[in-house]
Ligand binder design. Structure first.
Ligand code: GUN
Ligand code: ZN
Length: 449
């Protein structure tokens, strides 16, 4: 049995604080108690400390904030090397930047090294769970899952299905896509903390037969996710209407093939109208809001308030490599700026919810992660409020949690993430100790109870 307590300011959400303000829970001097990888208590230090055995090790982080790990609701593992592409919009970005880069993932050694880099970036940025696109190659997803299993991350991924409108080396077929997807589900779904998502790239690159096959697989496995893109860019939408002339709209394309349900996550939905958003809400599906990507590709301004008013669960996502940062703190900042352009400034507590519990809800892992309620897996972050001279100066004397979080989201990034813990074990430290060796190498400053 391992029992350890962590003392710092604590913050998490029990629900959407823009709907229920009391769902934002903050303790200025808090204690997080972790036993065998799970949270056993989260509350005020002075109340909880007396309940612990006298020899409980307590690590104190003055000037730090402990939060749940971030959850990235949509990201592409093979796209690290297309980040920061200049001047492209979605369809030409795919053709000229992304598809050539994804071709390299046919090589297992390349996929292995890219997976290690990608996951270490997630951990360095405080992202402890993610919903991840692989490439079309089965081995790319094997590389990703193997690396995530070794790090004990709660991660959901899938092999891209793409049987048309893409270069030859990047397409599969209906049968090949089915065989590879079924084999990956058998080998990886439910192993460690991993899960599988059936991943048709988008309606442009899958034939009707392939979308139907994806729907069949989803129907046969009640607990896997469906993960795709929708209504990101106006040229894409026109293309989909040409390819599926009988469909009522873009969402209807997916609905016709059984791909719209409570376990579906649709990235973007920038141009989805109220009717589509309400149908998504009715189905219990989720939207991944990708502010950095939408700005980088000039796709448009996602109207978060409208999506919330339509009742659809919306989570935050980096969409690396169209997105320009792995940092979910930066995504909160970008989401705020998108809101400003639409006349709806995002409240920092709401932004934080989007990057944690809303993501867990979208990924159907909210019974395990997303906040630090007792019984949850202890995926948590130690955030340094004075990580840079500017942050130290700007956060000094700030009394309000909302303002502190806002400053972190605008001025912060991976430098703010001092430590990342996965299921109670240290997985990353900003001090540079390498990811997997840290558990034994790290010597916390502990004080006896
Ligand atoms: N739509 C289809 N594929 C992609 C992709 O890789 N990235 C983004 N942002 N949109 C897409
Ligand atoms: Zn994407």
């Amino acid at each position: 049995m391992s029992l350890h307590a962590y003392r710092a300011a604590l913050f998490h959400t029990l629900d959407d604080p823009s709907v229920s303000p009391e769902a934002a829970v903050y303790h200025a001097d808090g204690l997080l108690v972790v036993e065998d990888g799970q949270v056993t208590a989260f509350g005020p230090h002075d109340d909880l400390r007396a309940t612990l055995p006298l020899d409980t090790p307590v690590t104190h982080f003055p000037g730090h904030l402990i939060t749940p790990g971030f959850i990235d609701a949509h990201i592409h593992f093979p796209q690290t090397d297309v980040m920061a592409a200049w001047g492209a919009r979605l369809l030409d970005w795919l053709e000229n930047h992304t598809f050539p880069t994804e071709q390299a993932f046919v090589d297992r050694a390349h996929a292995d090294s890219a997976a290690a880099f990608f996951l270490d970036q997630l951990l360095a940025n405080g992202t402890t769970s993610a919903l991840v696109f692989g490439s079309v190659h089965k081995t790319s997803v094997e590389a990703l899952f193997e690396a995530a299993l070794a790090r004990n991350m709660r991660l959901i991924g899938g092999k891209v299905l793409m049987d048309r409108n893409a270069p030859e080396g990047l397409t599969d077929t209906i049968e090949r896509g089915r065989e590879d997807t079924e084999a990956l589900i058998r080998a990886w779904h439910g192993r460690g903390r991993l899960g599988y998502a059936v991943t048709p790239r988008f309606a442009v690159t899958s034939s009707p037969g392939q979308l139907a096959m994806a729907g069949d697989i989803a129907a046969a496995h009640a607990d896997i996710l469906i993960h795709t893109h929708m209504s990101e860019n106006t040229e894409e939408i026109t293309r989909v209407a040409q390819l599926f002339p009988d469909a009522g709209d873009y969402l209807d394309v997916y609905a016709r093939y059984g791909l719209v349900g409570s376990r579906s996550v649709f990235a973007h939905c920038v141009h989805s109208d109220d009717d589509a958003l309400r149908r998504l809400a009715k189905a219990g599906a989720s939207v991944a809001f990708c502010p950095s990507s939408n700005l980088m590709l000039g796709s448009g301004l996602f109207r978060l308030k409208r999506a919330c008013a339509c009742g659809v669960n919306t989570a935050l996502a980096s969409d690396v490599g169209a997105g320009a940062s792995f940092s979910m703190l930066s995504m909160m900042g970008e989401a705020y700026k998108v809101g400003q352009l639409s006349g709806d400034a995002l409240d920092p507590l709401h932004g934080f919810y989007l990057a944690t519990l809303a993501g867990a809800r979208a990924l159907h892992i909210e019974d395990r992660v997303g906040n630090l309620e007792p019984g949850k897996e202890a995926d948590f972050l130690v955030l340094d409020l004075a990580a840079t001279p500017l942050l130290a100066r700007r956060t000094a004397g700030v009394a309000s949690l909302a303002e502190t979080l806002f400053i972190l989201s605008i001025l912060g990034d991976d430098r703010v993430v001092a430590h990342t813990f996965l299921a109670g074990r240290l997985a990353h430290s900003r001090n540079g100790v390498s990811g997997l060796a840290q558990d034994t190498a790290w010597q916390p400053i502990t004080s006896p109870c």
